[in-house]
Design a protein. Structure first.
Length: 156
């Protein structure tokens, strides 16, 4: 199937996709700030530049888009065009994520991964529950937490 827009239009559209300060990130940051947490953003000295860094708690929060990071949930669908390109790209992102999380863990950082599907199309009550669980994780001793939506997962 060929693309329905020319390459310049597609390039402009793709360049508009944000890598940071995404809507899910802003939702989590706003909520954490409202709960009294203070944090740093995208610290360049840490592997993978985590989205949110809470130095006081030795914790990092990474907020991943389901498509770009290959989360096998109902939100993820392999593109039908340029299949090899996208498989290489997304698998590369997944490998990089694993490497960065391993390096963070080696440096004694506690890690939380929040997937886009954990926030998308959720009621305010469900988001409040996620934030309550996130707050408990930040203040607790657990080394790792992962939040994803209730969408069924897919196998790779």
């Amino acid at each position: 199937m060929s693309d329905i827009v020319d390459s310049q239009t597609r390039s402009r559209m793709m360049s508009g996709i944000r890598g940071k300060n995404t809507k899910p990130e802003l939702v989590i940051r706003s909520a954490l700030h409202g709960l009294g947490f203070r944090f740093r953003l995208h610290r360049k000295d840490l592997p993978g530049r985590p989205d949110i860094v809470l130095p006081r708690y030795q914790a990092v929060i990474q907020i991943n888009g389901c498509f770009w990071h290959g989360h096998m949930c109902a939100l993820f669908k392999w593109p039908n065009t340029r299949e090899e390109f996208w498989k290489t790209k997304i698998h590369g992102n997944m490998e990089r994520d694993k490497r960065n999380l391993a390096l963070l863990a080696e440096n004694n950082w506690r890690i939380c991964v929040i997937w886009e599907c954990a926030l998308r199309s959720k009621s305010s009550e469900q988001v409040a529950n996620l934030l309550s669980d996130l707050e408990a994780w930040i203040k607790g001793p657990a080394e790792y937490a992962e939040f994803s939506g209730s969408f069924p997962t897919r196998s790779q």
